[in-house]
Design a binder for this molecule. Structure first.
Ligand SMILES: [Zn+2]
Length: 337
């Protein structure tokens, strides 16, 4: 059997394949930059005949640093199908190790810091937060997957744009609990039920360079029912309803949000073992050599004798470097070979 026949997957439906790959990027809702998004949350009828918005909540683990998300997956804890899923979650199982690495790195920064007094406290506090933010894995947190119609409005989100582009695009947002709360708070502040279904919102994004800041500081306002562009009975409302007639919400989420791809505990175990390989090696060495060192993240703390200190950090302080090793297994042992 040739290698090709072993590795290649047959694409039986080319049309669907192309369409799905093209739609994955269109489907993904992304925060804006110096713009107001006008979003309408469509509804579908559930088993009890009630109109409800398209929202799924799932527990998601992420790993890698704040700036570089190396990976993410769904938490498999408690999912037991008697087959591939046995109720375990290898990511949850590594939370303690991730915290232990944080403690180790903080102790290193502390020992190497030559500052005194308030400077020292402030510096160690900042570095501690950074190390914590860059920890290898984090506890699963709720992500809310929400289907919405993003209206093609002008920059201020007031009226529909007068161009040839479609009047709306169906998107899938993946929001944290914080983002979700912001939207619901915009409703409850106006004494409305905290139900986004069939309602319209404006999300005003600033022009901060960091995406996280733009998301964190987005201003959410609820559009008065009278002023909605997608008022019930309008052609636009009918067009959106028609676009969602054969909408497969679950499949759409999986198309554009890679963390929702199915990973079994066995696969996650392999990934975690690789991610924590250097730590495991260090711990094994520590058992026989009390002077063993964990060097994988040594780049996290670099004494800046020659390099210019980062803004605000006093000379002689430690700066943060890229998290070494996380990208693919640079393993150095703390003892001489
Ligand atoms: Zn988990």
């Amino acid at each position: 059997m040739s290698l090709f026949s072993k590795v290649a997957k047959k694409v039986t439906d080319v049309a669907t394949f192309i369409e799905e790959h093209a739609s994955a990027s269109t489907l993904k809702y992304m925060a804006g930059n110096d713009v107001t998004h006008r979003l309408y949350f469509p509804v579908h009828i559930d088993e009890t005949g009630k109109p409800i918005p398209y929202v799924f909540e799932a527990p998601i683990h992420t790993w890698g640093s704040n700036k570089n998300n190396y990976g993410s997956c769904m938490c498999t804890k408690g999912i037991d199908d008697g087959d591939k899923f046995d109720g375990s979650c290898p990511v949850c199982d590594r939370l303690e190790d991730a915290s232990a690495i944080v403690d180790y790195l903080k102790a290193e920064v502390d020992a190497a810091c030559t500052l005194t007094g308030d400077d020292r406290t402030k510096y160690l506090d900042e570095q501690g937060k950074k190390i914590w933010g860059d920890r290898k894995v984090s506890a699963a947190r709720s992500k809310y997957y929400v289907a919405l119609a993003m209206l093609n409005c002008g920059k201020d989100g007031r009226t529909l744009a007068d161009d040839d582009k479609p009047k709306f695009t169906i998107k899938i947002a993946a929001w944290t609990e914080n983002s979700m709360m912001k939207i619901l708070t915009a409703l409850t502040e106006r004494d409305e039920e905290p139900n986004i279904g069939g309602l319209e919102f404006k999300l005003k994004y600033g022009s901060q360079p960091e995406l996280a800041s733009r998301v964190g500081q987005v201003a959410v306002t609820w559009v008065d029912k009278e002023k909605m562009l997608v008022k019930p009975g309008t052609p636009l409302a009918a067009e959106i309803a028609a676009a969602l007639e054969n909408f497969d919400f679950e499949h759409s989420i999986q198309l554009c949000r890679r963390e929702t791809a199915e990973k079994t505990p066995a696969e996650l175990q392999r990934q975690m073992d690789k991610l924590f390989q250097a730590w495991d090696t260090y711990k094994a060495e520590l058992a026989v050599n009390p002077n063993a060192k964990y060097l994988e993240c040594a780049g996290t703390a670099v004494i800046t004798e020659k390099a210019a200190p980062p803004s605000g950090a006093p000379a002689g302080a430690l700066i943060s470097g890229p998290q070494a090793g996380t990208l693919g297994g640079e393993v150095r042992s703390g003892i001489n070979p």
